[in-house]
Ligand binder design. Structure first.
Ligand code: AMP
Length: 195
């Protein structure tokens, strides 16, 4: 099994890279952001509950996210592995993920830390705003999401560094180049693991 966390600020290209990784390594792509946006679109109870947080660029409470993630992981009992995109975003979520996986006798193998400069993040998100139809791709909300990332999510780097799992990836390059670097890191990990 191969379990990857893809980590990085909003606009760092996590979603795009996750799709490519999931396809190449046959992993289940679990994006909490996509999941919540689908619920909002459906107008489900969950969608209604999370709408205000998302529209303001704030994090949805841990309990809600953890329950959803648990359900999704349980739906894929025979998966070859998962790529967690946009989760965990807080230390509580990371601890819960470790606990949940350890009960299944599995663990997070690699944490990809996609690094992109702030100016580039804002310009990418403003650029995609016209087509994305995302209620949170608005200038004030974009800055808020970056602030929340710095306050609540960035500390996770230390958490995973302490576990020796962080791989830094320069996310400023074009999509194909970033993907190459990611594959290189995964292939090295797999070759050492298989030895
Ligand atoms: P994303 O698509 O990953 O940028 O997520 C969009 C929004 O969904 C975030 O700004 C949060 O409001 C919410 N969200 C997604 N994942 C999480 C998470 N793991 N914890 C809390 N809120 C989340």
């Amino acid at each position: 099994m191969l379990n990857i966390v893809i980590f990085g600020p909003p606009g760092s290209g996590k979603g795009t890279q996750s799709e490519k990784i999931a396809e190449k390594y046959r992993l289940i792509h679990l994006s909490t952001g996509d999941l919540l946006r689908e619920e909002m679109k459906k107008g489900s109870d969950l969608g209604i509950k999370v709408k205000n947080y998302i529209n303001k660029g704030e994090l949805v409470p841990d309990e809600i996210i953890i329950e959803e993630l648990h359900l999704k992981v349980s739906e894929h009992k025979n998966a070859k592995g998962f790529i967690f995109d946009g989760f965990p975003r807080t230390i509580v979520q990371a601890e819960m993920l470790d606990e949940m996986l350890s009960k299944k006798d599995i663990k997070i193998d690699i944490v990809l830390n996609i690094q992109v400069e702030e100016e580039e993040l804002v310009s990418r998100m403003m650029g995609r705003a016209k087509d994305s139809n995302r209620s949170d791709d608005k200038e004030d909300v974009i800055y808020k999401r970056i602030d929340i990332y710095k306050e609540q999510t960035f500390p996770l780097i230390k958490y995973y560094k302490n576990q020796g799992k962080i791989v830094n990836i320069d996310g400023m390059a074009e999509i194909g180049k970033v993907f190459e670097k990611i594959c290189h890191a995964i292939d090295i990990y797999n070759s050492v693991k298989d030895r």
